[in-house]
Design a protein around this ligand. Structure first.
Ligand SMILES: [Zn+2]
Length: 99
């Protein structure tokens, strides 16, 4: 499998490290002043869907520029349909939230 890093170009997947599914969002489990509902966090960490088809996944280019990427990959065929910088996607999604 080959992954096209937006900064380094197409490289072997051996240069990348897989983190996991990019879809789940970290739950807000409260502050130290309150008793947190840890079941939400346990579900976030351990309970993942394992469906065939296209998934958005976090990968890091550890053998290159070390950037975190979001790779859209069909987990059945390993066909990659899109690769984007995770940092740029987060900045675009949170634009205007910080002064
Ligand atoms: Zn790279």
């Amino acid at each position: 499998m080959r992954i096209r890093c937006p900064f380094c170009g197409e490289r072997s997947h051996a240069e990348f490290s897989y983190l996991g599914d990019a879809a789940p969002t970290r739950p807000n489990i409260g502050t130290r002043a309150t008793v947190p509902d840890t079941t939400l966090f346990v579900d976030y960490v351990y309970m993942r869907d394992n469906r065939p088809g296209v998934m958005r996944e976090y990968w890091q280019h550890v053998g290159g520029c070390r950037s975190w990427l979001i790779v859209e990959r069909n987990v059945t065929t390993h066909a990659i349909s899109n690769v984007a910088s995770a940092r740029e996607q987060v900045l675009a999604a949170t634009e205007g939230e910080h002064p």
